[in-house]
Write a protein that binds this ligand. Structure first.
Ligand code: PEP
Length: 253
């Protein structure tokens, strides 16, 4: 990562870990924390029902509580959904928007991501906006076009959304064991930063952290996080094991 942007490693637990399992993780991870670099920000996004218990365990630890999603509206008749004010009350400070599994399974689009980001900002929660192309799109030479379309979710904002973090997650690398090469990821991060520059100018764009996600492991993290353009990671599988997640935090330092 580049000087001036602090590294960040975010665990996306997806639909894994009960509250009890999360507590066991927290105990073990927090025991390793003193040996990890202070300069690396760490956040954990458990499933919604686990937020409260994990949040209590993370109080005063500097490990941030994150959410995996948020609804487009603040309240109302939306059975099964969770709003930004509810997340704020639980102490959530960062929330994923646009994860590829939601794009795929829920057919969500950029207009709804923009509304989600608005709700988060209204509640003082930083958005972690996820973008990335499928294998078919990369092989078809359409990565630029896909990223440009996905980044239009930010068009609703005249100024840089407070605390915005972007995650580049090539869909073909998520959960497949096939991470992007450091060079390919860094190159795509540069493209994303140039899309941010067009909206907010190069100085503000240079301040935005862009994380890489997709089969990050302790074995490839040093090389990925060593790239100037890669400011840390959004991590699924390898974030479920305390020692592995700790190794990723170390690699980001
Ligand atoms: C993710 O889903 O955000 C992710 C990066 O998963 P994994 O690390 O398992 O590829």
């Amino acid at each position: 990562m580049r000087a001036g942007r602090s590294p960040l490693v975010v665990a996306n637990w997806k639909m894994n870990k009960t509250a009890r399992e999360a507590a066991a993780f927290a105990e073990e991870f927090l025991s390793l924390r003193p040996s990890l670099p202070d300069a690396v920000g760490v956040a954990i996004a458990p499933a919604f029902p686990v937020l409260e218990r994990l949040g209590r365990l993370l109080t005063h630890t500097q490990v941030l509580l994150a959410a995996q999603d948020v609804h487009t509206e603040s309240k109302g008749a939306f059975t099964g959904e969770v709003s930004a004010p509810m997340l704020r009350d639980l102490g959530v400070s960062l929330a994923l928007v646009g994860h590829s599994e939601r794009r795929r399974d829920r057919k969500e689009d950029e207009a709804s991501f923009a509304r989600k980001i608005e709700r988060l900002l209204e509640n003082g929660i930083a958005p972690l906006y996820c973008v990335g192309e499928t294998l078919e799109e990369r092989d078809g030479g359409r990565t630029d076009e896909v990223l440009a379309r996905q980044m239009t979710a930010l068009d609703a904002f005249g100024s840089l959304p407070a605390g915005l973090v972007v995650a580049y997650e090539p869909v073909w690398a998520i959960g497949t064991g096939r991470a992007a090469s450091s060079a390919m990821a860094a190159d795509t991060h540069r493209q994303i930063r140039s899309l941010l520059s067009k909206r907010y100018g190069s100085d503000l764009a240079a301040s935005v952290r862009i994380l890489y996600g997709g089969s990050v492991t302790p074995a490839n993290a040093v090389s990925l996080f060593g790239e100037e353009e890669i400011d840390g990671g959004l991590v699924g599988g390898a974030s479920l094991v305390p020692a592995d997640f700790a190794a990723l935090v170390k690699a980001a330092g």
